[in-house]
Ligand binder design. Structure first.
Ligand SMILES: NC(=O)c1ccc[n+]([C@@H]2O[C@H](COP(=O)([O-])OP(=O)(O)OC[C@H]3O[C@@H](n4cnc5c(N)ncnc54)[C@H](O)[C@@H]3O)[C@@H](O)[C@H]2O)c1
Length: 341
């Protein structure tokens, strides 16, 4: 397991430079990618081949369909067929689903080989590629995985700027979360400029919030749980309402805002809801929602401990606290995002 934080490089056109860190004995690289990032991955693979490395390009299914034990096994077999050894490297080029799978595969193949990430979605850049959590879904989301850092994360702002608005929005949701738990100025920026906020600044600030927390608490025994702001209810509505991760976290942050007002004297619930709306993200659920199913999932959530569900609340922007939520609080938080009747 690699517990040393990676080198995170953020810049314009940085994928045109030296992508891999120097490493003695490296001869082979498996470039793992997903359909949306195939063009970038192919370009990188070609450059690595030109540079003298034996390179294989592996495209896995899109989105969550990649995060399965079956795809992990297919990928292990492919790495073995390519002859990757402990001196070699997995280069992950894609969004959060792709880096989660690639990190898991790299951390377990031959008991762990080097991983390098090039996140190509905003959500990947500000969140999934940072912090060393890797996972596949087995029954529950992210149920099987390991903590393991890549050696380098390369974030090319030019690639992020070219993203379609829907994908940009997803990432803005996690960027706002980073601001809410640790960077007042990032919240101000997103409030002022919305979806057109300067991505270099958004990514730099969000990555700083996350790396500072993770350096302090890699295995989530304390502060790292703050990164789950909006996720307790968010994860449940992601499953029940079929929202994307970023949208579900947006709704989850509105619900957590209500819980924060009720239990932590938070005074900026309305402001945060307006910022979320300004980013084009949902602030309530549409259609029929099976509230009982949401509650059941919240209760099953792996963040539950013996005394109840642990939920992150805000005392103020930039000041998160961890609370044990009782069923009444979850009900009230959910009511804040329930479909209009
Ligand atoms: N490990 C962590 O700490 C962590 C944190 C947050 C989220 N996650 C995980 O991240 C995943 C969500 O991340 P995501 O939203 O990036 O999902 P994703 O990887 O599914 O990517 C979203 C979509 O964007 C496409 N895409 C990728 N790069 C593109 C590009 N440059 N241009 C156009 N399309 C592109 C993909 O093909 C996909 O269809 C979830 O599985 C979630 O569990 C992990």
């Amino acid at each position: 397991m690699d517990v040393t934080g990676p080198e995170v490089l953020i810049g314009r056109g940085c994928l045109e430079g030296e992508v891999l860190p120097a490493r003695a004995g490296r001869r082979r690289v498996a470039v793992l990618t997903q359909p949306g990032a195939l063009e970038t991955a192919t370009r990188l693979a070609d450059r690595l081949t030109e540079g003298g490395l034996i390179t294989g390009l592996i495209t896995v299914p899109d989105g969550e369909a990649a995060k399965t034990m079956t795809i992990a096994e297919t990928t292990f077999r492919e790495l073995n067929r390519l002859g990757l050894t402990r001196h070699d490297t997995v280069l992950a080029v894609g969004g959060g689903a792709l880096t989660d799978l690639s990190g898991f595969v790299a951390a377990t193949y031959l008991r762990g080989i080097e991983a390098v990430y090039c996140p190509t979605t905003l959500l990947g850049a500000v969140d999934a590629a940072i912090g060393g959590k890797t996972a596949v879904n087995v029954g529950g989301k992210n149920l099987v995985g390991v903590f393991s850092h890549p050696t380098r994360v390369l974030i090319d702002i030019d690639i992020l700027e070219a993203l379609p608005a829907t994908i940009r929005r997803q990432g803005m949701s996690e960027a706002l979360k980073a601001g809410l738990i640790g960077d007042v100025e990032l919240v101000d920026l997103l409030e002022r400029d919305g979806l057109s906020s300067d991505l270099e600044e958004v990514v730099g600030r969000a990555v700083s919030v996350k790396t500072a927390i993770v350096e302090d608490d890699f295995r989530e025994s304390g502060r790292r749980a703050f990164l789950n702001y909006g996720h307790t209810i968010g994860h449940a509505v992601e499953v029940v309402a079929g929202l994307s991760h970023g949208e579900a976290v947006a709704v989850g942050m509105v619900a957590a805002g209500r819980a924060s007002t009720l239990r932590a004297s938070f005074t900026e619930e309305d402001r945060v809801r307006t910022i979320i709306e300004g980013l084009g993200l949902p602030v309530r659920l549409d259609g029929d929602l099976d509230a009982a199913q949401v509650l059941e999932l919240v209760w099953l959530d792996k963040k539950r401990d013996a005394s109840g569900v642990r939920m992150v609340l805000l005392e103020a922007i930039g000041q998160p606290v961890l609370e044990t939520a009782d069923p009444a609080l979850i009900d009230e938080a959910l009511a804040a995002v329930a479909p209009p009747s």
